[in-house]
Structures are given as C-alpha cells and as structure tokens.
Design a protein around this ligand. Structure first.
Ligand code: FAD
Length: 294
C-alpha cells in the first residue's frame, strides 16, 4: 500500500481530501457520492476523521476499510487518544493495519463535548499526540502525520512554546504535519518558517476549506482559533443574504489563497470537504490540478 509521504514526492502541487464518518445510511450515501466524485481527480490521499465533533468511531473504522478495499485512493485514518487505554489504541492501530491502512494521523483529540474543556487523560492512556506518534511507530511500518496549529494551539501559552512541542512531536517520528484552518496564506507561511527555523525539515501541509456559505466561514473562524481579518469579512459578509454571490466570492477567496500557497511551493493542499465534493472540485479545477483522465 502506497504511503502518504511517497504520494507527496514528485513534481508539482497535489491535493488531498478529508471526510468525516457517517452516522447513518443517509450520511453514508452522501459520503460515498463525494468519494466517488473525487476519486477520478487522483488526490494524493484521502482521510477520515476519528470521533471529531461527536462522530462515530466505528464509522471511521468501517469507512476506511471500505476505501482501502473498494477504491483506488490512498487511505489515511485519523486516530485520537480521547477516552482510550493504550491497549485499545494498540487494538485500533492493529485493526487499521489488518485492512491495509498504513497511514495514520496521530492526534491527541479534544475533550468530548467541549473543545476548550479540561483535558483529562485516560488513566491507562496517553496525554500528548507525541506519545501516540511513538506508539504507532513502535507497532509497525506506518506513515504518520500530526496536526499543527497555524495560530498556536488554544492551550499553548505562546507561539514559541507551541512550536517547541510541535517540533518535538515531529521529531518523535512524524512524516508530515497538517495545519489547522487559517485565514491568510501569510499566516500559514509563518508557521512553516517557525518550524524550518528550528532545523526541522518535516513538511507542513496547509488545511483548506472552500467558503461556500456563511456557516463555512463561521466554522473556519472557530476551527482556526483566530478572528477573521477585517478585509475577509468586508468581502464576504455583505453577501450573506445572497447565497449565490457569497459562494462565488468564497470560492474566489479560497482559490486565491491556494494560488499563493502553491507559488510558495507547498507540496499539497489538504481540503476539508465536509463530505461534499463540488466546491473542492471547482477549486482544484481553477488551480489546474485536475489530471487529464478526470
Ligand atoms: P498535541 O500535539 O498533544 O498538543 C496539545 C497541546 O499540548 C498543545 O497546546 C501542545 O503545545 C501541548 N503539548 C504537546 N506536547 C506537549 C508536551 N510534551 N508537554 C507539554 N505540552 C505539550 N480531532 C479529533 O477529535 N478527531 C480528528 O479526526 C481530528 N482530525 C484533525 C485533523 C487535522 C488536520 C487537524 C489540524 C486537527 C484535527 N483534530 C481532530 C483536532 C485535534 O485533535 C485538536 O486540535 C486537539 O486539540 C489537539 O490535538 P494535537 O494532536 O495537536 O495535540
């Protein structure tokens, strides 16, 4: 099975796609429609989140197994330490391997129900993503990714401390990092520079979400952990009552952001699809990233 890092090698920018697991049959149909619509575009890899925002863990395991066996896509499974003993984590990692998933995004995760609530590790579990990176590495020949926060993790006292622990996590055996959503390409490039300045050459990939509705803008603001810049709000908020115009402007904003990132040499753009394919297909078409056969 090809690894994510192998897929990132080679010429030209690439893109990848992230989904969340389905909760019921209707969700599952929506997810698989999006997966099948994006498959011919040959993304570098696809990933499925784990327990994020109350989504089902079984759903992650079932969906990633199906992707590994029924599609041409390179699958990456997310995994978090939330409410898991080390024995359970070993079990899930072994299960991923048994269905042919060799790429894992190793995350600490957030406290259930409240992203900013107190983090209480499981008494027989792990405290930081760094430990999960080591555990995955110990258990086999996996390609391991981690998360990075463009504006610093909400629990980090300052950017310096945040960078210190991010680099420790990368040096613990991560092959790449994916940055949380951000508003301005320059903000991501500063994160990349902070990591490079420590002498760490592990690639950091930008996380991107097409802004198609006011709700996607609000989700981006929430997930980024930083207020949106005035110039972005001035461009989009006046269009809030005109969904068509908002969508067109939002896709323009994200296309311009991606163009700047590509000009700065990012090897891959990681799209949060929210289980819909249309907006991602539009942006990658405008960026010229669609393979001829699609
Ligand atoms: P960590 O790297 O462990 O960091 C957490 C905090 O601890 C930070 O403040 C860090 O600076 C600090 N820290 C780290 N190591 C140490 C140390 N050794 N000593 C002291 N302090 C330390 N969540 C989900 O629940 N499911 C998902 O599928 C999911 N997918 C994601 C995908 C992407 C691309 C991204 C960017 C995030 C995703 N998340 C997901 C969210 C993620 O779980 C949260 O951001 C979580 O709050 C932090 O996880 P982490 O792995 O970055 O934690």
């Amino acid at each position: 099975m090809t690894s994510v890092i192998e897929r990132l090698r080679g010429d030209g920018p690439k893109f990848s796609i992230e989904f969340f697991p389905p909760r019921d049959a209707a969700d599952e149909a929506v997810l698989w429609k999006a997966i099948r619509e994006l498959e011919p575009y040959d993304p570098a890899y696809m990933s499925i989140t784990y327990g994020a925002g109350g989504s089902s863990r079984d759903g992650t395991i079932r969906s990633i197994a199906r992707v590994a066996t029924e599609t041409t896509l390179v699958p990456m499974a997310h995994l978090t330490a939330v409410n898991h003993t080390v024995a359970e984590l070993r079990n899930v990692i072994g299960w991923y391997a048994s269905v042919g998933v060799r790429n894992i995004l190793a995350l600490r995760g957030d406290p259930p129900g409240d992203v900013y609530g107190d983090w209480i590790p499981h008494p027989e579990g792990l405290t930081y993503a760094e430990e999960l990176v080591r555990l995955v590495r110990e258990l086999g020949d996996f390609c391991v990714g981690v998360s990075a926060s463009t504006y610093g993790h909400p629990r980090s006292p300052d950017l310096e401390t945040d960078t210190k622990y991010l680099v420790r996590k990368l040096r613990a055996g991560a092959d790449f990092a994916i940055a949380q959503l951000f508003h301005d390409a320059e903000d991501f490039l500063r994160l990349r520079d902070r990591v490079a300045a420590t002498g760490c050459d592990v690639p950091v990939l930008p996380g991107v979400m097409p802004l198609t509705t006011l709700r996607t803008l609000q989700t981006t603001i929430k997930l980024s952990g930083a207020p949106a810049p005035r110039k972005l709000l001035d461009r989009l908020e006046p269009l809030a009552d005109d969904p068509k115009a908002f969508r067109a402007a939002g896709i323009d904003v994200i296309t311009e952001l991606c163009e700047r990132l590509i000009a700065e040499g990012v090897p891959n753009l990681h799209f949060y699809t929210f289980n819909r394919s249309k907006a991602t297909r539009e942006v990658i078409a405008r960026l010229g990233l669609v393979p001829a056969r699609a």
